[in-house]
Design a protein around this ligand. Sequence first.
Ligand code: PLP
Length: 382
Amino acid sequence: MNKRLVYLDHASTTPVDPRVVEAMQPYWSQVYGNTSSIHSVGRAALKALDEARQTVASVLGCHLTEVIFTGCGTESDNLAVRGAAYARRGHIITTPVEHHAVGATVEQLHERFHCDVTLAPVDADGRVNPDDIARAIRPDTVLISVMYANNEVGTLEPIAEIGKIAQAHKIAFHTDAVQAGGALDLNVNKLGVDLLALSAHKFYGPKGVGVLYIRRGTELAPALTGGGHERGRRPGTVNVAEIVGLATALRLAQESRESENTRVARLRDKLVAGVLQNVPDARLTGHPTERLPNSASMVFKDVDGESILLALDLEGICVSTGSACTTGETEPSFVLKAMGLPREWAIGSVRMTLGHLTTEADIDDVLSVLPTVVQRLRAQRA
Ligand code: PLP
């Protein structure tokens, strides 16, 4: 029995970096003002908010006024997609592999508000073809929404290419960058995006705080109505401590991005190679190279992913099956279905996502346990 905890579920969430906890500390009980208050206590809070916004703007390569803080990645995605659709009713183009934060929002817009939606297909690696996006454009298209990196299989989408198409047609382009925040270049001009969503808890920041980048001139109806906070885009008294946490975490993640990506990709490759070598009928899912450096998403034929997860958990190893947000569903994940994976493979999906604290010893532990677990579960099914 492996007594050490091995956490390989960083796509679900990450531990808060102690440096982030420290940076947030003064903003609970010392600098506690309301950023809308004009007096000195309010001004002290506003200063921290302005600094955090500056940090985020410099990572995104955008203007201060284009950064809006929200309550989470889901809220940022909702605000982008629903906000664009409410501002200008029309046709939406997206993909079948988006996180529910986008997928369910688009579905609601279709069902309740009669927005036409086109789902551009993905290939067997989960990648959308920019030509399919271009072909789907209609005179009434108001929004294109394509995620930067897939939360389940780690595949990176060709955002910059789609950005050029969207710009040429003057259509608002949103990307859900929630899984990309700590690992990829977030420069909004290189990406050519008008709306970009982030969530702090995916890059060693606190839970319950997000960002929506809104390019100047993008028409967007606010989802919440109230005061004038966040330039009226997102009313509600501002959560200064968490926003300071988000900005600190984003800065730290981006500073160590290249070295950390190299480190985890090496461990990830060792993990994948070890599994493929020692477990028959196992496959990597998602694009072999155009993928998040920390993502090892795999499928095991004729075995249930949830059973693997539970068996690994008993050994102190935390992974997820498909997306953590859809845990509990017995059907194969909609992402793997959209990629055309046959059911006997797709039900056996296991997502292992590495992070800052992952060590070589963690990978060795998984490799010493996983082959036996899969073999045992297959024997039980036979
Ligand atoms: N988008 C993607 C791609 C995600 O992976 C997640 C969370 O798993 C979200 C959006 C939602 O973010 P949050 O948990 O901050 O609401």
